[in-house]
Design a binder for this molecule. Structure first.
Ligand code: MIG
Length: 714
């Protein structure tokens, strides 16, 4: 790995461990470094055979060639294909060519990545300022690029085990009665679920760290009740603090100088959900501490799971943008006889929100008292908000793992929690976006992530929600969420048949909890992606171009249906043989061996297709209403063995922070010797945690498609 420095970069906090040697940017190889009048540029000549992967949360294909990306956090709820910015900035790239290499840029302002868009053979990276670090990972082994990236930026946050259960959300369940109803529906209908989200309406007038005491009267008992049914509550936290006399967050913030400033030194003002608001200056340690401590109103009730929204930060309008628009409109009204240009007004309206000039008018102060223009470090706002939340929760509940989602993120934010993919739509086109982004986000440390299942904006059809929920089985974050005013999309929101399909789907997810949790924890430990693109494992052009399939842990390849009315799809099976599994429910499944190559598979609406790799095993446990409801004492290991297969079940208590000391490993081995199978299990417990699994059933297929069963009692 080589580290080059240009100018005098801002200390973003993204990099945990710097390499020993820092080189001057002029010495950089592979790239041409240019300083122009108003920008700094890096150029890389794209080789014909190069596949260029990365850039985390961006639209477009997994191979980023042929599009331009603008890394400048934006709250844009309309993710159409031509859009260049989403909510985060993840300038990490793997160039998969003759000699694969990777690189990471640490620069908190706007970066333009033109990946062969203007000129198809040039990757052009543009910065407004010359101040950045670039790290080049020169190892040829693609998986090692990820390892080195995580050595620099740190390991992903360890989520509680329940995070691998299902989560239901909607903007908004308006009051506690609505949430209670959702909770009782899940339990009465025997549909598994672990968490229910609370969107902005739980607050008093959108004032952060308050409760609406009418719609959520006696919040404490309401929360207790929900938790006693095995649910977690996940309240939303927005950064904007309402300007209102006697509101404690406002008063404390103003008094202690916790808010971002205008150029003049007064507190910066913009309109957002609560109305005119101030924005906490998360660049300051003091402010972060103050904010983090506010979570106490939740943690005293045992709540330590949250989502941090609107932290690009999103701005609806300011007096400046609204004033300019008003001026234009008034001008038109006052001069009725003059010719008007309606287009100009319409275009002005489009620039009311999230206006770059507003960001340029906003200032931070760092811990040394230096004034920093917001625009220059724009991409750090969400990162530092999440850091503040994470540090606060770690102090308030030090023994417990927190659960935190953020909308805006930077490199390294994965250490504190994760991102969800923001405001997608109930469009089939957004399912493939979800599939690709799971892969590109895993590459830059967001192992645990996901999109709004069923789509956020627009109305969803039952088929779309079914197919998306089926994909969701293999999405680490499995959250169904939808926007205000759209059709409901909870499992029971459609017809009975749809409800049954979703119930079976969710039960399969819960039967895979042992596998999901083991694979996630091993991924973090070994610094390898949990969701892995095919190009990472297989070196053929066909594998590198397959973007609509992915590996889920070490044993499973997922091949989702994401086309409306499709009753099947083509799949690419690299290298080895694979065991094709088609599941309707935990009780009804088919399994069949496939040779490598390209195949068409038939998949009915209620069926979930996936493949198990040759010489691999997958443990299934009994489904349950929520993670931890029952102890898992019995598992069934499904596998495909032609020689020998090994699987390690990792487990721990699931909620505490002592996972490094207290955990268990159950090592399972299946060997084929001539026509016989040999089975063995080896139990290793560490610290004070003990594996609870007592009975293991085996369902092992050989290359002739013959099923061999066996049972071991421990
Ligand atoms: O302006 O809180 O991405 O998940 O439901 C919209 C309301 C604000 C955007 C989030 C979405 C959430 C919504 N929020």
């Amino acid at each position: 790995m080589k580290w080059y420095r240009s100018g005098n970069p801002f200390k973003t906090g993204a990099i945990l461990n710097y390499p020993q040697e820092m080189l001057e940017i002029e010495k950089i190889e592979k790239f041409k470094f240019l300083t122009e009048k108003d920008k700094t540029v890096l150029l890389y000549e794209i080789n014909k055979t190069d596949y260029i992967y990365g850039l985390g949360e961006t639209l477009g294909t997994l191979n980023k060639r042929g599009k331009k990306y603008r890394l400048y956090a934006a709250d844009d709820p309309n993710h159409t294909p031509e859009k260049e910015s989403l909510y985060g900035s993840h300038p990490f790239v793997i160039v998969d060519g003759i000699n694969p290499f990777g690189f990471l840029i640490d620069y908190p302002g706007e970066i333009i990545f033109d990946v062969g868009y203007e000129n198809k053979n040039i990757l052009k990276i543009e910065f407004e300022k010359e101040d950045f670090d670039i790290f080049i990972f020169e190892t040829n082994i693609k998986k090692d690029i990820i390892k080195e990236f995580l050595e620099l930026t740190g390991k992903p946050h360890i989520f509680p085990k329940w995070a691998f259960g299902f989560q239901q959300s909607r903007w908004s369940y308006p009051d506690k009665e609505a949430i209670n109803k959702v909770a009782s529906n899940f339990r009465e209908k025997d549909i598994p679920c672990d968490a229910i989200y609370m969107d902005i309406d739980y607050m008093d007038n959108f004032k952060i760290f308050t409760f609406n005491d009418k719609s959520f009267e006696d919040f404490e008992n309401f929360a207790k009740d929900i938790y006693s049914k095995g649910f977690k509550l996940v309240p939303i936290i927005d950064p904007g603090v309402k300007i209102e006399k006697n509101y404690y967050m406002y008063e404390e913030g103003v008094k202690n100088n916790y808010f971002c400033k205008k150029e003049t030194g007064e507190d910066f003002i913009a309109a957002i959900w609560p109305g005119l608001s101030h924005f906490p200056d998360f660049m300051q340690e003091e402010t972060r501490k103050w904010w983090g401590e506010k979570y106490e109103i939740f943690t005293r009730l045992g709540i330590n799971s949250f989502w941090n929204d609107m932290n690009e930060p999103s701005i609806f309008f300011t007096d400046r943008t609204a004033g300019e628009l008003m001026g234009m409109v008034q001008n038109v009204l006052a001069n009725k006889d003059k010719e008007i240009n309606p287009l100009e007004i319409q275009q002005k309206m489009m620039t009311l929100s999230n206006n770059v000039q507003d960001y340029k008018n906003m200032y931070h102060e760092d811990d040394e008292g230096n004034k920093i223009n917001h625009h220059e470090i724009h991409n750090l706002y969400g990162h530092n908000m999440l850091k503040s939340s994470a540090d606060g929760l770690s102090k308030l509940m030090p023994e417990k793992r927190h659960f935190l989602l953020t909308r805006s993120s930077y490199i390294g934010t994965h250490r504190y929690g994760t991102l969800w993919m923001g405001d997608n739509m109930s469009w089939w086109e957004h399912m493939i976006v979800n599939i690709r982004m799971l892969q590109s986000l895993n590459m830059c440390g967001y192992f645990y992530t996901g999109a709004d299942i069923g789509g956020f904006g627009c109305n969803a059809s039952p088929e779309l929600v079914i197919r998306w929920m089926q994909l969701g089985i293999f999405s680490p974050l499995y959250r169904n969420h939808s926007a205000w005013g759209t059709r409901n999309q909870e499992p029971w929101a459609f017809d009975e048949d749809t409800e049954n399909i979703m119930k079976n789907t969710l039960k399969i997810r819960y039967s895979l909890i042992t596998y999901a949790y083991s694979e996630y924890m091993k991924s973090v430990k070994n610094s390898k992606t949990f969701i892995t693109p095919l190009f990472m494992e297989y070196n053929t052009a066909r594998a590198k171009e397959t973007e609509d399939q992915f590996l889920y842990g070490d044993s499973i390849m997922v091949t989702p249906i994401y086309i409306q009315n499709a009753k099947g799809r083509y799949v690419h099976l690299p290298e080895d043989k694979w065991l094709f599994c088609l599941m309707k429910s935990n009780e009804e499944k088919q399994a069949k061996i496939y040779e490598s190559g390209d195949h068409y598979i038939n998949v009915e609406m209620e069926e979930i297709p996936f493949f198990i790799k040759e010489n691999s095993l997958v443990p299934f446990n009994e489904s349950m209403n929520y993670v931890g409801e029952k102890e898992i004492t019995e598992i069934t290991v499904l596998g495909f063995v032609t020689d020998k297969a090994f699987y390690e079940i990792y487990d721990d208590e699931g909620t505490d922070t002592k996972y490094a000391e207290n955990y268990s490993k159950l090592k399972i081995e299946v060997r084929k010797k001539d026509e016989e199978f040999l089975f063995s299990v080896n139990k290793e417990d560490f610290g004070d945690y003990e594996s609870k699994i007592k009975i293991i059933h085996f369902e092992i297929y050989d290359e002739k498609n013959i099923l061999h069963t066996h049972k071991i009692e421990i």
